[in-house]
Design a protein around this ligand. Structure first.
Ligand SMILES: O=C(O)C(=O)CO
Length: 370
């Protein structure tokens, strides 16, 4: 309310033209081509010689901001939501580095807007499908990312959605709240689900996160682990069998997707893949929504072709409130919280800051993508 009043006041202020900045305690206001006024914070006067870093979110863990503030002139988007595209395009120009998130699309248009000074992009993520990598490489821009530090948190989330989907936790809560439990009481088949004990678990994409998921699932007395993806990993020969994609779909009681989104994995879980799966199959996705043909998944869930799904990722994100996925009984959906622990997010932010510092100071990045 106060903010919208402030914006109204600023909009009608004769001192602020559509392209000008106005100082309010180091917070600057800028309007976009459609007339909306947003604010950014600048960490120093702007006339210094420090390299310029655009930070696309204000709620970056403090430990990382401190590292950046000490060395650079920062321009920081001030609202805890993704920076509007047109605003980013208008304000990123002249930056030496860009601190971005998976919600920021880094494409040719954005790189053009940033201009020739841009030397490094630090993405606070392990996934990088939001970055046009060929274009970035062509321009000689370095990219840093955050592998390893979010592996455990994401593996934990994978288990959480797997168990919620296999043991029908969302349905159970609904029953508790809507009186269903009061009606049926304890019943032999009431809210029964699928058990991991003696099951076959298939992991698609046995990278760092896939392996961390397998390690945790071993405690559940799984009978067999299968995995599929680009290539077999000899070091896993005693723990899991490398199989082709169809075998993974056909033989697994749980199919878990932990691969990166690439042109090869785009919508690889399609109608045909779901038709191969067992009716008791629990499908879990904590990678990217784009690996799934969502209409095909919805059909497979509605027709009980598979038992249930646990999804941390989907298309689009955020999911509209009335989206079909939110209404399907046997689908557990959570809002992309894979790496959402304080520890992981702090480590991701610090790694991103260190990547940017290293690139701008000409030393090796802790986690370099290119
Ligand atoms: O790091 C990533 O790629 C994420 O999806 C954040 O959880």
């Amino acid at each position: 309310m106060i903010r919208s009043k402030l914006i109204q006041f600023i909009s009608s202020s004769p001192f602020i033209s559509p392209t000008s900045f106005s100082t309010i305690n180091k917070t600057f206001l800028s309007s976009t081509s459609n007339g909306a006024i947003y604010s950014i914070r600048m960490s120093s006067s702007g006339s210094g010689t420090k390299p310029k870093v655009f930070v696309s979110r204000p709620d970056i863990p403090k430990a990382a901001m401190k590292l950046l503030e000490d060395k650079f002139q920062l321009t920081i988007w001030t609202e805890p939501r993704p920076v509007p595209r047109d605003f980013l395009l208008q304000n990123v120009g002249g930056s030496d580095a860009l601190y971005c998130l998976i919600t920021d699309k880094i494409d040719k248009e954005l790189l053009d807007a940033a201009g020739p000074n841009l030397k490094v992009i630090g993405t606070m993520s392990v996934g990088h499908d939001h970055i046009d990598m060929p274009e970035v490489k062509k321009r000689g821009i370095q990219v840093g990312f955050t592998p390893n530090v979010l592996t455990n948190a994401t593996a934990e989330t994978t288990l959480a959605v797997l168990l919620a989907a296999s043991r029908r936790m969302f349905e159970a809560r609904e029953e508790l709240l809507n009186g269903g439990w009061a009606k049926s009481a304890w019943g032999p088949e009431y809210l029964c689900g699928q058990e991991l004990t003696d099951s076959t678990v298939g992991i698609y994409g046995m990278g760092r996160i896939g392996q961390a998921v397998m390690k945790r699932l071993k405690a559940f007395d799984v009978a067999k682990f299968l995995y599929s993806g680009r290539s077999a990993k000899p070091e896993l020969k005693d723990e899991a069998n490398f199989v082709d994609f169809d075998t993974l779909c056909k033989e697994s009681d749980f199919v878990i997707v932990t691969c990166a989104l690439t042109p090869e994995t785009k919508e690889i879980f399609n109608e045909r893949a779901f038709s191969l799966m067992k009716p008791n199959c629990v499908f879990v996705n904590t990678s990217r929504g784009g690996t799934v043909d969502q209409e095909a998944l919805i059909k497979a869930l509605k027709t009980n072709q598979i038992f249930s799904a646990g999804l941390d990722v989907m298309t689009p994100e955020p999911l509209p409130l009335d989206h079909e996925l939110t209404k399907i009984r046997n689908c557990v959906v959570v809002p992309h919280i894979g790496s959402a622990t304080y520890k992981a997010r702090t480590d991701m932010a610090v790694t991103t800051a260190k990547n940017i510092i290293a690139a701008l100071e000409g030393t090796p990045m802790p986690a370099k993508l290119c």
